[in-house]
Design a protein around this ligand. Structure first.
Ligand code: F6P
Length: 342
């Protein structure tokens, strides 16, 4: 077989570990050829390929990012994109395509499946917002990077008697904010699932300081939104998949807190730092297990599936499930975490 592989959407730690596992088993055990497409669906549209072999994919396990490159190109939003993609796959004699991505990349893979392309999906995203899998690789690393940063903000906040606002990524799901905030001992955590009331945020901080503390840590998800009419915000541009570019809520929040409480308040936006660098051991192992299962599914001709973690097992689920529903933080989880706030 000739197996194509691509990484699409935002990069995340663990992508290279998937590529390595697919090649190691695909070529090393099954004797298949593996060819990488550069920059996600853009490489499929433009026919930009790179041959992948066991020897060319050595030393990748710990490397962040993706050796294939990535993009947010959507063939269904590009004129002639689908025809160009189908042409390339035929010209390259691709028998099956392994697409590694989030809801957007996997959504395109699912649609191409209906055009007769043999696809297998591998879920990735630091946001952990895919409902078909218990967890995505990249999330654990992002949380750990955020916790390390929050620990550091803690010591400087304490020295200067400041309120520190730390903004983290996560798009419209608050998983990174909630997990890093809980692990980092934040005093306030703001997530997109629960619109916040700026007066309540300030009340909690003031109450805490009234109890003798002189600093506070606020973790805010980039997608967090104030309750209607309580605070001004801005909106950004849309990408090829119609997603708004987020980021900046922390910058708006910090002066509001300072003005309303009188406590000196600073902001740190972690942004893409959460996506870079080496994956944690957990993410390396999950990514490796996903890669091995994806190549098994491909070898067995079990197409239209996405690999997923369910409890301790890596299983195969219909690829459509990946895009059916966004996995957001349940209210009950946020409720139990709130005992630590303020
Ligand atoms: O989906 C992953 C993610 O890092 C989100 O948390 C964030 O909103 C977005 O990607 C940023 O994307 P870009 O790489 O286009 O800045």
């Amino acid at each position: 077989m000739r197996i194509g592989i691509l990484t699409g959407g935002g990069d995340c730690p663990g992508l290279n570990a998937v590529i390595r596992a697919v090649v190691r088993k695909g070529e090393g055990v099954y004797g298949h050829n593996v060819v990488g497409f550069r920059h996600g669906w853009r490489g499929v549209l433009e026919g930009e390929t790179v041959e992948l072999t066991v020897s060319s994919t050595r030393g990748l396990l710990h490397r962040g990012g993706t050796i294939l490159g990535t993009s947010r190109t959507n063939p269904y939003k590009t004129e002639g994109g689908v025809a160009a993609a189908l042409d390339t796959l035929e010209r390259e004699h691709i028998d099956a395509l392994i697409a590694i991505g989030g809801e957007d990349t996997l959504g395109v893979a699912a649609k191409l499946g209906t055009e007769g392309i043999n696809v297998v999906g591998v879920p990735k995203t630091i946001d952990n917002d895919l409902s078909a899998t218990d967890v995505t690789f990249g999330f654990d690393t992002a949380v750990q990077v955020a916790v390390d940063a929050i620990d550091r903000l803690h010591t400087t906040a304490e020295s200067h008697d400041r309120v520190m606002v730390c903004e983290v990524m996560g798009r419209h799901a608050g998983w990174i904010a909630l997990y890093s905030g809980l692990a980092g001992g934040a005093d306030v955590i703001l997530i997109p699932e629960v619109p916040f009331d700026i007066d309540e945020v300030c009340r909690r901080i003031t109450h805490r300081h009234g109890q003798g503390e002189a600093f506070s840590i606020v973790v805010v998800a980039e997608g967090a939104v104030p309750m209607a009419g309580t605070m001004a915000t801005q909106s950004g541009e849309l990408d090829d998949f119609g997603h708004v570019r987020l980021g900046g809520i922390g910058t708006m929040l910090a002066p509001e807190i300072e003005a309303r409480t009188g406590y000196e308040t600073r902001v740190t936006i972690l942004g893409h730092v959460l996506r870079g660098g080496t994956p944690t051991a957990f993410d390396r192992i999950l990514a490796t297990r996903f890669g091995l299962e994806a190549v098994d599914a491909t070898h067995e001709g079990d197409y239209g599936k996405m690999v997923a973690l369910r409890g301790p097992d890596v299983v195969r689920v219909p690829i459509d499930d990946a895009v059916r529903e966004l996995k957001t933080v349940p209210e009950s989880l946020m409720q139990s975490a709130s005992v630590f706030f303020g």
